[in-house]
Design a protein around this ligand. Structure first.
Ligand code: HEC
Ligand code: HEC
Length: 278
């Protein structure tokens, strides 16, 4: 009797590991309101006013309910499953049925989906081609960032940005200064014992030495007995006023271009946006 269960268990486990190995794909959206940025923004506001008694603000962890954003696998990933969980609640848990109207629930569904999908998988408005021109041209992003082997070294390589970040994180990188500057990108000025001042980005900072990428893009190593002083800059070199510097259309185009940067998605990258939106 007990052994009769073994093949079934094996079958279940096999199915599960297969499901886990499949590359992360986001199910196609069936949201009747679509996933435009306007709908997502309405959903964000609706969520922040209706759901944050338990869940956290902007999809974060809350006091009484889990985070809805992130890159892990979620139990409910289709639009329909999310809609039903929000409309009817989740039986046997604290998650209540919602008194919101049907349309209001759908805007929240669009918002929750936008928090989860990588930028590459989420629909974005804007022209990738025009975004490319802005990146390498007027905005001079390429002076500091590399994509596919071309560009500068001061900022991180963005060749895989669309696969690693959500659209929200990309927009935030362009519009909000970070609270802490990530390791490897802290600007500093080193004053040497011999009186020289070298400005650049600190790449590595050990007890006995500091490695710096200087303004001329040369990597320089200073041992601690060569250094008189290091002054760290308080602000990242990454400009975060792109919403003011660019026209609204240009900003969208730039985000569209950035969200398409995904190294492992070669063939898919060639597909027009509409095919991915289905
Ligand atoms: C009274 C507290 C409470 C409120 C208010 C609440 N939730 Fe929840 N929610 C929970 C809890 C607890 C869970 C985890 C349920 C579980 O254990 O599966 C949950 C789970 C969820 C899930 C499922 C997560 C997943 O992917 O499986 C979604 C989606 C969700 N909530 C959305 C919302 C939205 C949208 C609102 C506002 C309209 C909302 N919740 C309001 C407590 C709450
Ligand atoms: C003067 C150099 C400089 C310029 C110009 C610049 N960046 Fe940056 N950027 C940086 C640095 C340094 C970082 C890393 C530190 C940080 O995030 O604050 C960064 C971080 C980023 C990130 C976050 C990367 C991640 O892994 O999350 C994105 C996205 C980005 N830049 C895009 C752009 C775009 C698009 C432009 C042009 C509109 C641009 N940058 C212009 C220096 C620059």
């Amino acid at each position: 009797m007990r052994y009769a269960l073994v093949p079934i268990l094996v079958a279940i486990l096999t199915v599960q590991t297969h499901a886990q190995r499949r590359p992360r794909r986001v199910e196609a959206s069936t949201n009747p309101l679509g996933m435009s940025e306007a709908v997502i923004e309405q959903g964000r506001q609706q969520y922040n006013s209706s759901c944050t008694a338990c869940h956290g603000l902007d999809g974060d962890d809350g006091d009484r309910a889990p985070a809805l954003k992130g890159r892990r696998r979620f139990v409910r990933s289709s639009d329909q499953d999310l809609y039903e969980a929000i409309r009817n609640g989740i039986k046997g848990t604290l998650m209540p049925a919602s008194p919101l109207k049907e349309n209001e629930v759908w805007t929240i569904v669009a918002y929750v989906r936008s928090l989860r999908a990588s930028a590459f998988d989420a629909p974005v408005e804007g022209s990738v081609e025009r975004g490319r021109e802005i990146f390498w041209g007027s905005a001079k992003c390429g002076g500091c960032h590399m994509i596919q082997g071309r560009g500068g070294l001061i900022g991180p390589d963005l060749s895989n940005l669309g696969d690693e970040r959500t659209g929200l994180l990309i927009r935030e990188a362009l519009t909000k200064p970070r609270l802490t500057i990530p390791q490897g990108y802290r600007p500093a000025a080193i004053v040497t014992v011999s009186g020289e001042t070298v400005e650049g980005i600190v790449k590595n900072d050990h007890n006995f030495s500091v490695q710096m990428l200087d303004r001329q893009m040369k990597l320089r190593l200073f041992t601690s007995d060569e250094i008189r002083r290091i002054d760290y800059g308080a602000k990242s070199l990454m400009p975060t006023d792109w919403e003011q510097r660019l026209k609204p259309e240009e900003f969208k185009d730039l985000v569209a271009f950035l969200s398409r940067q995904a190294k492992a998605r070669g063939r898919e990258r060639e597909l027009p946006r509409e095919d991915l939106r289905r």
